[in-house]
Design a protein around this ligand. Structure first.
Ligand SMILES: [Zn+2]
Ligand SMILES: [Zn+2]
Length: 157
């Protein structure tokens, strides 16, 4: 059982099932939302994720994407794409033990900051990772973080 929560402890969650994709996202939307050079995420089935304390706030970073965060301390917690309604991405560093959830690859390195130098030897994808389990639309129609159309920094992605 994975457990985690926000910095202040007002929001807590648990994950009953398996994580099936762990990545570091370099897209401009994740970067701006977190105020950080990159954000690590892992994916779970939505049905396996449960809030056990508090009520996170929600906002849309684009028409397709809803993100949840703690309204008290601001910790970013989850990402959900409308095209993947049964899937939820959880911010790896909101886990109590993020060291146990290492990334498998890097995503959206087409938007990577020039002063971020990767030396971990992991695969790096210009946009999203190819994965048959992910029912993503044509990657050519997407911009940052799989968000079709709006958001991000325009030409990127
Ligand atoms: Zn909090
Ligand atoms: Zn992203």
């Amino acid at each position: 059982m994975l457990t985690g929560g926000c910095f202040c402890g007002a929001v807590r969650f648990e994950v009953a099932g398996e994580a099936f994709h762990s990545t570091v996202c370099h897209c401009a939307d994740c970067r701006r939302v977190a105020g950080a050079p990159m954000v690590a995420w892992f994916s779970v089935k939505l049905a396996d994720f449960r809030i056990t304390a508090g009520v996170p706030k929600r906002f849309r970073s684009s028409a397709q994407v809803e993100r949840r965060f703690c309204g008290e301390c601001g910790t970013g917690l989850t990402y959900q794409h409308a095209d993947l309604p049964e899937e939820l991405d959880v911010a790896t560093c909101s886990l109590d033990a993020p060291e146990a959830m290492p990334p498998q690859d890097h995503s959206w390195t087409s938007s990577q900051l020039p002063w971020v130098k990767l030396a971990d030897g992991l695969a790096a994808f210009e946009t999203v990772r190819f994965d048959e389990k992910r029912l993503l639309p044509d990657a050519g129609a997407l911009n940052n973080c799989g968000e079709a159309g709006a958001g991000g920094q325009g030409a990127e992605g």
